[in-house]
Ligand binder design. Structure first.
Ligand code: UD1
Length: 366
């Protein structure tokens, strides 16, 4: 069976596709990927050993109406190319993970009669997914709540599969992670991440806690700042050589699975894929949703998880206040809080999302 995966934009859309690719290949399927040439997907997909074919795609900006004809022309050109490509490949099913590039690839599949499956990571459906979901063979959701965006007619085609997590995140061990990041076994490790792009406001708030955190001699921090934020954070922290041994700074890491396995607690944005990984590893967490995501979807992503007792949540507007420091301290200092959160997270049983999604995809294939 030949399965074409498509997605573009940030790693949060791509990593679930890579997790599905692992599962499909383990079941003997042949997997190809269609993404944009300039997106992060080109690198991540190639590194996963999956053949990658680029297609141009762009969205349009409501405030700049002239971007519309350009976007439409790109999508039309790419739809024609994708149609020829899919026909030549003999694709049996196409899976869209979100991002504009899924529109030409999905439309091309529709024209050829190749079934399309959509996977939505977030609690609020993205534009490309909403468009393809109207005619898709199946619509797979992480959050049942996202079905609200669809017409009644689509409801019989919905499956709640969860958000697939990469094998490397499940397989990493605490020992490997501690060795990779140079963190002693008996240290308390706080992981900080703002998702694949980083979060400036969160970085600043964590930097402001530097002295307080490092005052406890056994605390280490792995701080993943976002590729464009590294220099500013390094400047703000001004770490001494001794502090650098305990405050480990990265713009982006290809070893997030190991960082998560090594961590005792995490401070994170609430992107759907980060959240699926935090849940899969049952890491005690303080979640600070990015407040300007479409329809504030990060807050909705996090809500049920927080209500189940798996994490603290704090509004981005409050990270400069005393509550941020209090919650970080509680995570690091209170082993009972960590144990309670980890137990609640383990009770969520989200580990089989890749298998569930693979079942739907293979069932939909022609
Ligand atoms: C601002 C915004 O709209 N962000 C969206 C974007 O976020 P973003 O792309 O940041 O997505 P997530 O935070 O959900 O996932 C980030 C992914 O990148 C990986 N990672 C991150 C940093 C790093 O250094 N190394 C690394 O491997 C993480 O392990 C994870 O797999 O897509 C998500 C999934 O659709 C959405 O929920 C987010 O709301």
């Amino acid at each position: 069976m030949l399965v074409v995966l498509s997605g573009g934009g940030t790693a949060g859309h791509i990593n679930p596709a890579l997790a599905l690719a692992d599962e499909l290949r383990a079941r003997g399927c042949d997997v190809r990927f269609a993404g944009t040439p300039q997106g992060v997907e080109a690198r991540l997909v190639a590194e996963a050993g999956i053949p990658f074919t680029p297609f141009e795609a762009a969205g349009f900006n409501r405030n700049h109406p002239l971007t519309l004809p350009k976007a439409v022309a790109k999508i039309q050109r790419s739809t024609g190319r994708a149609k020829a490509w899919l026909a030549e490949l003999g694709a049996d099913v196409v899976v869209g993970f979100g991002g504009y590039v899924c529109i030409p690839v999905g439309r091309a599949a529709e024209k050829l009669g190749v079934p399309v499956v959509v996977h939505e990571q977030n609690s609020v459906m993205g534009m490309a997914n909403k468009y393809l979901a109207k005619r898709a063979a199946a619509v797979c959701l992480t959050y049942e709540h996202a079905a609200g965006a669809l017409d009644e007619g689509a409801h019989s085609r919905i499956a709640v599969t969860g958000n697939p997590v990469r094998k490397s995140v499940f397989d990493a061990t605490r020992e490997d992670g501690r060795a990779r990041f140079g963190v002693p076994e008996d240290a308390r490790l706080l992981l900080v991440t703002g998702g694949s792009l980083g979060a400036r406001h969160l970085n600043q708030a964590v930097c402001a806690l530097k002295d307080e955190l490092l005052a406890a001699g056994d605390v280490h921090v792995v701080h993943v700042t976002g590729p464009k934020e590294l220099d500013a954070v390094a400047g703000q922290l001004a770490l001494t050589p001794a502090e650098e041994k305990r405050w480990h700074l990265f713009g982006y890491t290809d070893h997030m699975g190991e960082a998560m396995a090594a961590a005792d607690a995490i401070v994170s944005r609430a992107g759907a894929t980060s959240l699926a990984e935090i849940s899969a590893r049952a890491i005690p967490a303080l979640l600070v949703p990015f407040p300007f995501a479409t329809e504030d979807h990060q807050t909705t992503n996090a809500r049920a998880y927080v209500e189940a007792g798996c994490a603290y949540m704090l509004a981005d507007a409050d990270v400069e206040g005393p509550e941020f420091a209090r919650l970080v301290r509680s995570l690091l200092d209170d082993a009972a809080v960590r144990e309670r959160m980890a137990a609640a997270a383990r009770a969520q049983k989200t580990a089989d999302a890749a298998a569930k999604l693979a079942d739907v995809v293979m069932g939909a294939a022609r």
